[in-house]
Design a binder for this molecule. Structure first.
Ligand SMILES: Nc1ncnc2c1ncn2[C@@H]1O[C@H](COP(=O)(O)OP(=O)(O)OP(=O)(O)O)[C@@H](O)[C@H]1O
Ligand SMILES: [Mg+2]
Length: 245
């Protein structure tokens, strides 16, 4: 399996406050990584560093040739500003803009490709609706569609199940499994349960990163990350935090 992204010894903080320290992470083709950790642990920050939205204080992020342009990003719903007057179709189309062609007009193939993805995600009949008229789950799918129209090699999703019901979670999980045949998937989540059958690795982040292969995670490792005891599910993944720090 080929390595797509190599992160070495990344440190970063806001103003003078450190958030991430000496983080290493490799992302391979066909990878399926769950990123877990407490609120404020630095998960979203790590994604923004990989996406080039933030610059690390220290360390390097190396991309396989041609990959840095092919990163799909589904932002954390709670931080997304939906009071933006734009239709679903236009929102998804913004995913066709890559660096270097901000001012260009959309081509016919941009619209065609966008419509294919809207149909696939069951959003085609919502294409002319304003995004602030969509339900949480529909908007979540619009954000996923927007990430997919750029034909990503790696898809990053930040808390994709936070605003959707169980049925939609199951649909999303099945959809991600299908996508994982063609691209690496990195899911930041507080609730690994929907992904328990399918993930390949878990990265626990609380300032530092702790990386585990499937099945390797035990309560001791989790206590290191969360700083408190964590109850484990049968699959060896964290479920609820028992005690507050
Ligand atoms: N733009 C910013 N300016 C200053 N501090 C920030 C900024 N964004 C995040 N932080 C701080 O950095 C730390 C890490 O935040 P981050 O959003 O990466 O955490 P997270 O692991 O994604 O948390 P959550 O699970 O709540 O989404 C937090 O202490 C947060 O307050
Ligand atoms: Mg976050």
């Amino acid at each position: 399996m080929e390595k797509l992204i190599e992160i070495r010894n990344i440190s970063f903080g806001y103003d003078n406050t450190p958030v991430l320290k000496n983080v290493d992470l490799d992302i391979f083709e066909e990878d399926y990584i769950l990123v877990i950790g407490p609120n404020g642990g630095g998960k979203t920050t790590l994604l923004r560093l990989i996406l080039g939205i933030l610059e690390p204080w220290d360390g390097t992020i190396t991309f396989r040739k041609d990959i840095s342009e092919r990163l799909g990003y589904v932002p954390q719903y709670s931080t997304f500003n939906k009071n933006f007057p734009i239709t679903s179709l236009d929102m998804v189309l913004t995913g066709r803009i890559s660096s270097g062609n901000f001012l260009r007009k959309y081509k016919k193939e941009d619209i065609e490709e966008t419509e294919v993805i809207l149909k696939k995600l069951n959003l085609y009949d919502k294409r002319n609706e304003n995004i602030n008229d969509l339900s949480g789950g529909q908007l979540q799918r619009v954000l996923i569609a927007r990430a997919l129209v750029s034909d990503p090699a790696v898809l990053f999703l930040d808390e994709p199940t936070a605003s959707i019901d169980i049925t939609s979670q199951t649909n999303l999980r099945d959809f991600l499994d299908e996508l994982n045949k063609k691209m690496a998937i990195v899911v930041v989540t507080h609730d690994p349960t929907p992904f328990a059958q399918t993930y390949k690795h878990i990265a626990c982040i609380n300032k530092n990163i702790f990386f585990h292969d499937r099945g390797e995670l035990d309560s001791h490792a989790l206590e290191q990350v969360y700083g408190c005891p964590v109850e484990l599910l049968g699959h060896g993944i964290p479920h609820t935090i028992l005690k507050r720090h």
